[in-house]
Design a protein around this ligand. Structure first.
Ligand code: FAD
Ligand code: DLZ
Ligand code: SF4
Length: 531
């Protein structure tokens, strides 16, 4: 069949593949975060008899009102992936957002496609979100053909394998899981022992950026031709969503994602470990990889990213502390949070161990706050639909923890604002790592920190109207009195935790009047924000 004659997925406003076509064996439904050629549902594809279904639906952009760049990224990446399959001679049924017949939901679009193609069966890969799995579980009632849901084997650890590892363990700790993953994959292993004689090199890592240090400029990927149309579509339909649409920060094709990975490995990986906790005004990416949207949507696989990092160590272009630190994020944290998500959902999301109830302050959207660290983090988030890990954890997250923001409110914010955010990865990070709302399932302690930490790891405090050295009184850094107030408010739940025992010893040594002053400062602060 002549490939050039195939309809162009970019030009049609409606489904461009028009049945009836006889003998459709399998309809293969691929979701917007499943853009991987080796996806389980595409594996045994027969181009002569199968059709791949991809659908742009309003519900996925609006069930929470995603950042404009996130929507544009997913839609442009979907179109690019469809085109690459089409170039292989695979039949695609691609429903665009502006198709007048679009029902704007996965179930409605699957039903319409089944009616169009009358396939013998439907095959899908399990989704990344519990919400969508619930939908899929109802599909056998909605469609009159057999449905096969396959494992998503793009991860190093399957759901079943994680469940087996977690079973009977009193506590689940990333460190031990990560060591299992190192043994399983052989990454940075010498027989049974870790290369370099240690499982981690954190003592060499986590430095602040030296004054005057210049971070290599992250190149913005050249815009893919597909992207312009998508940007216009998103501006027209979702213009009132949070975030800047342009300049657009992301590649949307596999080639672009691979180029971004190569650039990271060549220019930033060698200092990833040293500066993984560093923050700097105006440096939105520092030495981070900025590849999470690609990994989570499927444009890159976790294995090829880990291979690239480990090869850089083998070639001598990146040191062990950097490569191990980076590997730990992907082989360790990424797999671990997914395992927690799937073994604990749906009950996990409903827990609220610290009984946090306050509403989300408006400045998470507007950036209008005197706290410079938060202003910088929200501004970066708005610009790129990205903030690096320490901004997410120790600035936006730390504030939400200390202020007792209700888990559901801050979790929705994270799900909306980041281009890499899907429930399976966002929820455990926010609910567990940041808020300790799971009571310690994911991490042994909450990451509560005062202004001293932010002062040490960033240059934010230097230009802030608040004084990170002051606990109370005029100009005191809110992170300071909120930190002590947090410990006081949660004393009955946290004081016995050995990992924060030292802070509670300091609190115990504090004069009652000092405690009262800290409480009063926090209460006044909450009142000023109407929280
Ligand atoms: P790098 O710092 O360069 O790390 C490399 C890769 O490691 C990342 O691309 C990512 O795939 C993986 N990784 C690192 N840390 C984690 C982690 N804690 N959990 C899972 N994967 C990790 N990551 C998401 O992909 N989606 C989210 O919605 C998300 N929400 C987060 C919310 C909070 C409150 C926190 C503290 C972290 C969150 N993370 C999330 C994890 C991490 O912050 C991002 O993966 C990272 O910032 C992405 O940028 P990068 O590619 O430059 O990562
Ligand atoms: C995030 C997103 C958006 C904005 N739009 C679509 C879409 O139109 N079609 C689609 O298949 N996927 C989209 N996605 C990604 C889905 O939300 C994601 O695949 C599910 O949440 C399952 O993880
Ligand atoms: Fe943030 Fe406090 Fe530093 Fe200001 S002084 S930037 S509020 S940590």
């Amino acid at each position: 069949m002549n490939r050039r004659r195939r309809p162009d997925v970019t030009k049609s406003a409606t489904s461009f593949y028009n049945p009836p076509v006889p003998m459709i064996q399998t309809l293969r439904f691929v979701l917007g975060d499943q853009l991987t050629r080796s996806l389980s549902s595409l594996r045994d594809l027969d181009p002569a008899r199968d059709v791949v279904l991809m659908v742009e639906v309003g519900a996925e952009a609006t069930y929470v009102r995603h950042h404009k760049q996130k929507i544009a990224f997913v839609l442009a990446a979907m179109r690019g992936f469809a085109k690459s399959l089409e170039n292989e001679g695979i039949r695609i049924d691609y429903v665009k957002l502006d198709d007048p017949a679009n029902t704007h939901g996965f179930t409605g679009e699957l039903k319409r496609a089944v009616a169009r193609h009358k396939p013998a069966r439907v095959v899908a890969t399990e989704p990344g979100e519990y919400r969508v799995l619930e939908m899929m579980r109802a599909w056998p009632r909605d469609i009159d053909v057999p449905l096969e849901i396959r494992d998503d084997d793009r991860f190093f650890c399957s759901r079943a394998e994680f469940a087996a590892w977690a079973e009977d363990r009193k506590s689940l700790r990333m460190e031990f899981f990560y060591r299992e993953m190192r043994r399983k994959t052989g990454y940075l292993m010498q027989g049974d022992a870790p290369v370099g004689g240690a499982w981690n090199f954190d003592s060499e890592n986590r430095k602040a950026l030296p004054r005057g240090h210049r971070v290599p400029v992250r190149r913005r990927p050249a815009p893919d031709p597909e992207l312009r149309g998508v940007l216009d579509l998103v501006a027209a339909r979702f213009g009132d969503h949070f975030g800047d649409l342009e300049p657009f920060a992301w590649a949307t094709t596999r080639a672009g994602a691979l180029a971004a990975l190569r650039e990271f490995v060549a220019e930033r990986l060698h200092l990833f470990g040293d500066y993984q906790d560093a923050m700097k005004s105006g440096e939105d990416f520092v030495y981070h990889a900025a590849i999470s949207p690609y990994l989570n949507a499927g444009l890159l696989t976790a294995r090829e990213v880990c291979d690239a990092a480990v090869n850089a160590w083998r070639d001598g272009t990146a040191p062990l502390n950097a490569v191990e630190g980076f590997l730990r994020q992907i082989l360790g944290w990424r797999e671990f949070v997914r395992g927690i998500y799937w073994t604990r959902m749906p009950d996990y999301a409903a827990t609220n161990y610290l009984n946090a109830r306050r509403r989300l302050p408006d400045f998470y959207w507007t950036g209008a706050t005197t706290m410079n660290c938060l202003r910088e983090t929200v501004a970066a988030t708005r610009r790129n639909a990205y903030a690096h890990h320490i901004q997410r954890l120790m600035v936006a997250g730390n504030f939400a923890l200390l202020a007792g923001i209700a888990p559901a409110e801050i979790e929705e914010w994270y799900l909306i604002v980041y281009a890499d955010a899907y429930d399976w990865v966002e929820l455990p990070n926010v609910h567990g790592m940041v808020l300790h709302a799971d009571g310690g399932v994911l991490g042994s302690k909450p990451y509560a920190a005062s202004g001293a930490y932010i002062g040490r790891m960033s240059d934010y405090c230097g230009t802030c109207v608040h004084d990170r050295r002051r606990r109370t009184g005029a100009g005191a850094c809110p992170f300071n009195f909120l930190y002590w107030n947090f410990l006081i408010e949660n004393e009955s739940k946290l004081a016995r935790n050995p990992r924060i025992a030292m802070a509670y010893r300091t609190l115990a040594a504090m004069a009652p009047a000092e405690r009262e002053t800290l409480r009063a400062a926090a209460i006044e602060f909450f009142a000023s924000l109407e929280l």
